[in-house]
Design a binder for this molecule. Structure first.
Ligand code: HEM
Length: 106
């Protein structure tokens, strides 16, 4: 899957997460985001095409994805405890991670 596809999957699941009004839908959306983020981690932004995988910018890109993955996992832990409200509050913060990284890499 290419990075753009993973981003579209992230996006669709993020909408589902923010709109979800029941724990099952929330968990499903978070799981979808997690899977897409793991695949995105293997990708290369078109802007960085041709760079070696260990270039500073590529490392920074993966760091950004890792930040998102960490946040998703925190939200999953809350959702698993039944803390739906808290999980959604945390999910709002994904936006900042998205925006910061889009400014750099998109
Ligand atoms: C909630 C988190 C995020 C959402 C919902 C999201 C959503 C999107 C969407 C909808 C696109 C346009 C995809 C397309 O061209 O079809 C995109 C592109 C992109 N995003 Fe994200 N994104 C998120 C987080 C991130 C993070 C954390 C990074 C980097 C560390 C990132 C890097 C990129 C890049 C490089 C592109 C351009 C891909 C391309 O043109 O092929 N995104 N994103």
């Amino acid at each position: 899957r290419d990075l753009g596809e993973d981003m579209d999957i992230l996006n669709a699941n993020y909408s589902a997460v923010m709109k979800s009004d029941n724990p099952a839908a929330l968990k499903k959306g978070l799981a979808g985001m997690h899977e897409a983020a793991l695949d995105a981690r293997k990708g290369t932004p078109p802007k960085l095409k041709g760079q070696p995988a260990d270039s500073p910018q590529m490392k920074d890109f993966r760091q950004g994805i890792d930040t998102l993955i960490g946040q998703i996992e925190q939200a999953q832990a809350l959702a698993d405890k039944g803390d739906t409200q808290q999980a959604q509050t945390l999910a709002k913060q994904f936006q900042q991670t998205r925006n910061e990284n889009h400014a750099k890499f998109r």
